[in-house]
Design a protein around this ligand. Structure first.
Ligand code: SAH
Length: 417
């Protein structure tokens, strides 16, 4: 695992060379919200329904249902100024001003892709920025949300890993990404839904930021929040076994598990966390999760890397593991496989599998009656595809890579390494 290191940079200095695009909002990093240390007022974005009701009752001495009005203003109408919440009395508004604030993270940069995908660079505090990505499809719109600044898990093929781990996001910073996207898309919960799905598949390992992620997901699913059904909120994990069990106790969201190899030797190489929680333990935890909720399934993500894990022998190992899972759970199609062609990033040693190998891999799984889809890359012209999200540090890494190339060209490669 990598350790927290000097990855934080001053986002006021690190602007994208292309500059903010039209519709983007350049902001002062000093104003960026969500910093846990900032201000003593309660940030209402940090509270789900129950904790906001408690706050109204215990701190403001108000009726619990008042919390519902405030939630609707914020998450349905995108109003953050108490004075515009016209169905609250003057006295209550004054009390809210005194004890609370509604502080979303700030959009630093918004980048639309040719295929309709939108990527936001969002400032969390003067040192940290993350990315969120919206992917429109015919019948749904999916937002990919980050849970941490950086990641500590060090999966070998993921660009987020190269920046190390900086810190967990607060609840406000997680739900703030949904709020920013929903507001920008003109999403009207319960009426016109452009944002229909959320996947916790951005930067970070969501189960290592358990409480904040669970609270944010509760707002996503709440009718007073974004009203998304459980199956439309997906948490993706690299395999934090004890936390999968804990999640099963408090939530029924869809679970995706990043497998990438069906034997321990290869998986440990790709996902170092496998050393701690090997495949057998992981599959047992998945079984416990899925059997709590009849008719559900778990998606196993499998990033295909040329010559590494994309050969017929790997497909057969995976098919066997998936069939075993269906048998163990006594449920048909309890395991689904989502193949992700590897998305390259500067400095990686991996390559995307050839198209015919991807097809052959899928075919072998389908012949073994394993439901298998291939995740087609979206937004790769804006580096918004799986494993390419790096927040603000990405630009710095790029600059470093370019710097190194320049030095190498000048015959000083070793000195730069
Ligand atoms: N930490 C969580 C969620 C983040 S990544 C997890 O591991 O599941 C979301 C998915 O993208 C994971 O399946 C991850 O393994 C995959 N991924 C990471 N880097 C990738 C890359 N370069 N190309 C394709 N998929 C990648």
């Amino acid at each position: 695992m990598s350790t927290p290191s000097g990855n934080a940079i001053d986002i006021t200095l690190a602007t994208d060379p292309a500059g903010p695009v039209e519709g983007g909002e350049a902001v002062s990093a000093a104003k960026a919200g969500g910093n846990p240390a900032a201000g003593s007022k309660k940030n209402i974005f940090d509270l789900d329904r129950v904790s906001l009701e408690d706050f109204f009752e215990q701190v403001l001495g108000e009726k619990r249902y008042r919390a519902h009005q405030v939630m609707k203003w914020i998450h349905h109408r995108y109003v953050t100024d108490f004075d515009q919440m016209t169905d609250l009395g003057k006295a209550l508004r004054a009390k809210l001003h005194e004890h609370a604030e509604v502080r979303a993270p700030m959009v630093i940069h918004e980048k639309p892709s040719a295929d309709g995908t939108i990527k936001w660079l969002i400032g969390m505090d003067p040192k940290n920025a993350i990315e969120a990505v919206f992917i429109p499809e015919k019948n749904r719109g999916t937002l990919c949300v980050s849970s941490q600044v950086g990641c500590a898990l060090n999966c070998q093929f993921c660009s987020t890993a190269t920046q190390g781990f900086n810190r967990n996001l607060t609840t406000a910073e997680v739900i703030g990404q949904v709020w920013i996207a929903a507001r920008q898309l003109g999403n009207l919960p319960h009426q016109q839904r452009r944002l229909t799905n959320v996947v916790m598949m951005g930067m970070g390992e969501p189960l290592m930021n358990f409480d904040n992620v669970v609270r944010a997901m509760s707002i996503m699913r709440d009718d007073l929040g974004y009203g998304l059904a459980n199956k439309r909120v997906t948490l993706s994990t690299a395999g934090m076994v004890p936390m999968i069990d804990k999640l099963g106790q408090v939530s029924d969201v869809s679970l995706a598990v990043s497998l990438h190899a069906a034997n321990d030797e290869l998986r440990t190489e790709l996902v170092p966390l496998n050393k701690k929680y090997p495949i057998e333990e992981l599959m047992a935890a998945c079984q416990r999760y899925v059997t709590r909720k009849p008719r559900s399934s778990i998606t196993f993500e499998y990033t295909l890397m040329k010559g590494v894990n994309d050969q017929p022998v790997h497909a057969r190992q995976l098919a066997r593991l998936m069939r075993q899972f269906d048998n163990a759970t006594q449920m048909k199609d309890a395991a689904k496989v989502n193949l992700i062609p590897f998305n390259p990033f500067p400095g990686t040693r991996f390559e995307r599998s050839a198209e015919e190998d991807i097809r052959a891999f899928q075919k072998l799984l389908q012949e073994a009656r394993v439901l298998t889809t291939v995740r087609r890359t979206r937004g790769d012209d804006i580096d918004a595809a799986c494993g390419q999200l790096k927040g603000q540090v990405m630009d710095r890494t790029r600059r470093q890579a370019e710097f190194r190339k320049t030095l190498e060209a000048a015959g000083a490669g070793d000195a730069a390494a």
